[in-house]
Write a protein that binds this ligand. Structure first.
Ligand code: AKB
Length: 313
């Protein structure tokens, strides 16, 4: 049975991953940590940890006797572009601290990369697992450096590091905040609230997306995968849906025919989106550890609209 410490546990992925891990491995075997204190009613174990404080991270990991770190604390792309130095300090400083703690305590390690690790010179369609990575955003620079660092800790120290490149993640539980793909979550809330949405991403811009349950399953499946089958270790391309804002509109209109989509493009986020792939090839993840998404656009849209309506109405 695993004993897992999750950083960034109150973020978009962490707030759902902790519950899923507790269902799978037991309540007391998942230590949620975040820089933000939880509310009183929050389920324990929970510890306040700032990942840039390596001493604190080490002592919490040691005290709880964990065997795995899932390191999620990071700034997303648009926030990282607005605060590049803060992003460097948090995204790289936090990662190297989490890797060092894992090395010292010999822990299994997971951290996500992103489609943001690709850049304008990467092949845009069906982007291969191993491809040109010259991103032009601070987030992308952090993600490529992070992928390489995780590979380095594996080759240099034999650490069991694993990771995926996430597309935009869509969830009705916790909003993302500060990402380029956030429109794909906001659109569902506005569809329910006002039957209209103004997208800051242009109508023809295609990006990969995934519904959160698939994203969570991917972590558990990869961490449980037989290491002898893994040719890659970190930064597996995974995807479920390649879509433009117009594709979301058509999917939503199947349930809310009066839904309207308008555009007011934000040049900064559009430039980031334009530097990312239209679609990525996830065959390495499928072949090496059996990744397969369960949600396509229609299945996700039906569930998102039901869940968001249940929250709002
Ligand atoms: C973002 O938009 O920054 C993230 C990502 C694709 O990594 N959702």
């Amino acid at each position: 049975m695993k004993k897992i410490l999750v950083t960034g546990a109150r973020g978009q992925i962490g707030s759902e991953l902790v519950g899923k891990l507790r269902e799978t491995y037991g309540m007391s075997n998942v230590i949620a940590t975040d820089i933000r204190k939880g509310d009183e009613a929050e389920e324990v174990p929970f510890e306040v940890v700032d990942v840039t404080d390596s001493g604190r991270l080490f002592s919490v990991a040691k005290e709880h006797n964990v065997d795995t770190i899932m390191h999620l604390a990071a700034l997303l792309s648009a926030n990282a572009e607005a605060m590049p130095k803060v992003a460097w300090d948090l995204n790289m400083g936090g990662l190297v601290n989490a890797l060092e703690v894992s090395r010292e305590l010999d822990l299994q390690f997971f951290t996500p990369s992103s489609i943001g690790a690709f850049g304008p010179s990467t092949p845009k369609d069906n982007t291969p697992q191993d491809s040109l990575q010259r991103p032009t955003t601070m987030y992308g620079v952090n993600k490529v450096a992070g992928e390489l660092l995780c590979d380095y800790y594996h080759y240099r120290y034999g650490l069991d590091t694993r990771g995926v490149r996430y597309p935009g993640l869509i969830s009705h539980v916790t909003s993302p905040g500060g990402g380029t793909t956030d429109y794909a979550v906001e659109i569902y809330y506005e569809a329910i609230k006002t039957q209209a949405y103004t997208s800051y991403i242009g109508e023809d811009t295609c990006m990969d997306m995934m519904y959160m349950p698939d994203a969570l399953d991917a972590i558990i499946e990869l961490m449980e995968a037989d290491p002898s089958k893994l040719v890659h270790r970190n930064a597996f391309n995974i995807t479920a849906i390649s879509a433009t804002p117009e594709d979301f509109k058509y999917a939503i209109q199947k349930h809310i025919p009066e839904f309207e989509l308008f555009y007011n493009v934000d040049p900064i986020r559009q430039q980031i989106a334009d530097s990312w792939p239209n679609s990525i090839d996830s065959s390495a993840a499928r072949d090496e550890w059996g990744f397969k998404a369960k949600y396509d656009m229609d299945k996700m849209t039906k569930e998102m609209l039901e869940k968001v309506a249940g929250k709002i109405n």
